[in-house]
Design a protein around this ligand. Structure first.
Ligand code: XMP
Length: 514
């Protein structure tokens, strides 16, 4: 594949590290996150045009704090240190970092900051603005050769630069939206300091990866498990474009999808001459799920049944050469870390290799962030409803019908969920939430409709805003919109006589109810 210019983000454990990488890519510069432990030889071989040191939770003067080789500064590559990264750079180059002696030098939150706009990093910026601070250490002495190019009322050196050598450090976080003009600072680093060409676009990525896939696959057979989610759909479209009818897409319709979703997915792929297999497995799944109400048991059954169905189809197809997976970059970064407690066992379409006879895996989205995957989908002319599809759990509506599952309950939920989404779209609120859906609770209550008593289900509506899905806030949907949704659902969908809106954040709740 054609080599793009690379910016390396050296990860020192900060919470915004993925965000830095995304921000860089938003400026059309390819960038990768790697551990601070990456050996110097590897860094040299990667030949990045610039290196960014991230923030991190440690203090550089602690004995076991994470540090990189000092040789980095001898590579002739510009470096931008952010927060911990800035302090580490200062220390490695002969400065001195201490704990802030009094509260005044410890800064947190939105802070009025003053910039030397003659410095390349701050070119084109107003001379003052808000920056987002989160540091309790202080650069008591900056290294020789560095000028002070930013200050606050409390701290004389929140930004330092040795422009001759191309080294820059900021104690605040330019990658966070709260920092005014933070995006421009990063852009300046890339274009004014690292001389980036801006050669990372999804159009280019599409063309180069299609070529690379063709070369790799030759006349081999390719198999892909299509879930209907954004990632697997875009991966399928890319492969379809690259190898046409050498591709078989198996789309397991487990009957747990939202209204019309299965047909939409099928329609989106009808323009390619691929082997599209839609397996109607609704009965198989519902039979297995009958009477099961425990959430983890549902997930397990669905995960296993999925593999069984896929296995049956794979057997019909026979030996394939390549199996495609829709792994994306955040999965790659995150799989390196974390042994956090399992709250829910997420079922994804991954994990199939054991069950299918194949030679190699292709992961064509492995380098991409979600917004890049969506953009690639657009480049491949996938319809907007697929490209912008919100996350949908692998077990589908099975974990949005609380308690035991029946086809009738699923149909009720499908209709209600459709009306919810329809009204949100009509109100123009779709882009204000990251995920929104309906949940059929297992609770029934008394109501009155016409002249009669009803005893029917309570439907819960859930809408959240989030950047990472690990924490989330409940969305403030206007009351009048909630009212329209409620009236329509109760009138148009049978068996629901009460509607509630979920006003818990995550934590303590999770986004899904099961
Ligand atoms: P929770 O409910 O854990 O959800 O706050 C966080 C995000 O993950 C999605 N989710 C799943 N996705 N398989 C998936 O692929 C699953 O089993 C699963 N469970 C939850 C959920 O929709 C939300 O976006």
């Amino acid at each position: 594949m054609q080599k793009h210019q690379l910016v390396l983000v050296l990860d020192f454990g900060g919470q915004y590290n993925q965000l830095i990488a995304r921000r860089v890519r938003e400026h059309n510069v390819y960038c990768e996150v790697k551990s601070y432990k990456t050996p110097i030889e590897e860094i040299r071989a990667l030949a990045p045009i610039g290196i960014i040191f991230t923030g991190g939770p440690n203090s550089v003067y602690e004995a076991d704090s994470p540090r990189c080789s000092k040789e980095i500064f001898g590579l002739g590559i510009p470096v931008l240190g952010i927060c911990y990264g800035c302090q580490l750079m200062a220390q490695l180059l002969g400065g001195e970092v201490t704990a802030a002696q009094d509260d005044s030098a410890r800064e947190y939150g939105k802070t009025q900051t003053y910039y030397s706009t003659g410095c390349k990093l701050f070119k084109g910026l107003p001379q003052e603005g808000i920056s987002w601070m989160s540091h309790s250490d202080y650069m008591a002495r900056v290294p020789e050769g560095f000028a002070l190019v930013g200050h606050t009322a409390m701290c004389p050196n929140v930004a330092i630069a040795d422009e001759g050598r191309g080294f820059y450090g900021v104690q605040f976080h330019p990658e966070v939206n709260h920092t005014e003009n933070g995006a421009l600072m990063l852009k300046n680093f890339l274009y004014e300091i690292c001389n980036a060409k801006g050669d990372w676009t999804m159009e280019d990525y599409k063309n180069t990866s299609i070529q690379a896939i063709r070369e790799k696959v030759g006349d081999g057979k390719v198999l892909l498990a299509l879930s209907g989610g954004v990632d697997s759909s875009v991966a399928a479209a890319l492969l379809a474009e690259a190898v046409g009818n050498q591709l078989t897409c198996v789309f397991v319709d487990h009957g747990l999808m939202r209204k019309d979703e299965g047909d939409e997915v099928e329609a989106a792929f009808s323009k390619w001459e691929i082997n599209f297999v839609r397996v109607d497995a609704e009965k198989r799944f519902l039979d297995k799920l009958a009477g099961v109400s425990e959430p983890e048991a549902k997930r397990k059954i669905i995960g296993e049944e999925f593999i069984r169905v896929f296995e049956d189809e794979a057997q019909k197809i026979g030996k394939v050469d390549y199996l495609v997976q829709g792994t994306i970059y955040p999965d790659v970064i995150e799989s390196g870390a974390g042994d956090a407690a399992v709250i829910k066992s997420h079922h994804n379409v991954g994990g199939l290799p054991d069950y299918v006879d194949f030679k190699e895996i292709i992961e064509p989205l492995r380098l991409l962030f979600k917004d890049e995957v969506r953009q690639l989908g657009r480049e491949l002319d996938l319809p907007e409803y697929l490209v912008m599809r919100q996350p949908f759990p692998g077990p589908g509506l099975a974990i949005r019908v609380i308690g035991d599952i029946t086809k009738e309950k699923l149909d009720v939920l499908r209709e209600a969920d459709f009306i919810f989404r329809d009204e949100i779209a009509k109100a123009g609120l779709g882009a204000t939430m990251n995920q929104y859906f309906a949940v059929l609770t297992n609770m029934r209550s008394v109501g009155v409709m016409g002249d009669g008593r009803t005893y029917d289900y309570t439907l819960a509506l859930r809408g959240v805003t989030t950047t990472d899905f690990m924490t989330a806030d409940w969305a403030r949907i206007p009351y009048d919109v909630l009212d329209r949704i409620s009236v329509r659902i109760v009138n148009e969908v049978g068996h629901i006589n009460r509607i509630v809106y979920d006003i818990t954040s995550k934590p303590p709740a999770t986004i899904e109810w099961e």
